[in-house]
Design a binder for this molecule. Structure first.
Ligand SMILES: Cc1cc2nc3c(=O)[nH]c(=O)nc-3n(C[C@H](O)[C@H](O)[C@H](O)COP(=O)(O)O)c2cc1C
Length: 348
């Protein structure tokens, strides 16, 4: 039996133009963090329970009050309409069909109103501009289109350097009409439109007040930063290194997760992304303190096959999670606490 999920990356490599696939897959600088992300989850081993009734497995959870059938959702990524003409719409419909949730990039190529009209549960990811007021129109249109939360990405004061080698870059080959269509009016040339390099905890409160929505902080790796976010009113802490696309050599999210979750306790929800590719990765992340995991590249690779392929990807992952939970003696997600132990060959 072959694992269909394993074929998605290669299928995308063959289907997409070289600059586009390179952009989706690459990491910053030497690509060290990007290449370690998945293997870091397999640094853990699982200590399963036995003699427990695992006839019925319940994978349901909530994120900021929104019900999910399974604790797996879609992270924000750009260029979805370059991968497939239906882009964000296909992603939103697939998550709606599977009872998941999608986080929409502020660079999305689909109007927020169209995403909202799919009926999907969605959050908006934002980068704030140096002049915060220039972000307000985008925030207002997301609120109007039914975004349920804001995800403030804090690991990108500047865009991490990536090496493209020979040939054109993705930006030279992509139609600008499928980027940032929600920036209305287009203020990108206005003074102060560049990404803020002075983000602070106060921006969390500002975002919450401006929109009336809960704020999740994405890109946290340190427990002390997580505490600062919680004290500033963050509703969620999202452990992420941006898929290894920002600071190369930053630690894996698998290693960062447990200390952050411990520092946050029950004061906010904790999520994680980075290299999650299987049900075993998900069960490990849950065990280490994540309430839900997010997927970046996997749904992008699946999107090559449109909405149905994204739907199948989410369903397959859910099936793998059920299998991992059953074999671990866990009926509910909360039963996974203490399941993951460190070190492949060290035992206890
Ligand atoms: C092509 C691509 C585009 C991305 N665009 C954004 C973005 O616009 N905003 C953001 O916060 N994160 C962005 N990310 C980071 C993802 O949200 C996520 O943190 C990361 O991809 C998770 O790692 P994974 O790809 O191994 O699942 C992007 C990632 C990729 C691969």
């Amino acid at each position: 039996m072959d694992r269909w999920l394993n074929s998605l990356e290669e299928t995308a490599r063959q289907a997409l133009a070289v600059p586009l696939f390179r952009y989706l897959s690459q990491g910053a600088r030497d690509g060290t963090t990007a290449s370690e992300a998945h293997a870091a989850w397999a640094e853990f081993r699982l200590l399963p329970h036995v003699l427990r009734d695992v006839t019925e497995i319940d994978t349901r959870t909530t994120v900021l009050g929104t019900e999910l059938t399974c604790p797996v959702a879609v992270a924000p990524t750009t260029l979805q309409r370059a991968v497939h003409p239906d882009g964000e719409l296909a992603m939103a419909r697939a998550t709606a069909a599977t009872g998941s949730l999608v986080v929409v990039s502020s660079n999305a190529g689909t109007p927020f109103a169209d995403i909202g009209a799919t009926g999907a549960d969605w959050w908006l990811q934002v980068y704030l501009s140096a002049d915060r007021t220039l972000s307000e129109p985008l925030l207002a249109s997301a609120v109007a289109a039914g975004a349920k939360a804001l995800v403030l990405t804090v690991d990108t004061p500047v865009v991490g350097t990536k090496y493209d080698g020979a040939g054109p870059t993705v930006w030279e080959t992509t139609d600008p009409a499928i980027l940032r269509v929600n920036a209305e009016p287009d203020l990108s040339e206005a003074p102060g439109a560049e990404k803020a390099t002075d983000l602070g905890p106060h921006d969390i409160g500002w975002l919450a007040e401006t929109t009336g929505l809960p704020v999740v902080v994405k890109g946290v790796l340190r427990p002390d930063d997580a505490r600062r976010c919680v004290q500033a009113g963050a509703a969620g802490i999202w452990v992420s290194n941006h898929g290894g696309r920002q600071l190369d050599r930053s630690v894996s999210t698998a290693a960062a997760l447990a200390p952050v979750a411990e520092a946050v306790g029950s004061e906010a929800e904790v999520y994680v992304d980075g290299g999650v590719r299987s049900g075993l990765d998900v069960v490990t992340a849950l065990s280490l303190g994540a309430r839900a995991v997010f997927l970046g590249r996997l749904p992008l690779y699946a999107l090559v096959g449109g909405e149905s392929a994204v739907q199948r990807m989410l369903t397959d992952l859910q099936d793998e999670l059920v299998d991992a939970l059953r074999l671990s003696g866990c009926r509910h997600l909360g039963d996974t606490r203490g399941l993951a132990v460190r070190g492949p060959l060290t035992g206890l």
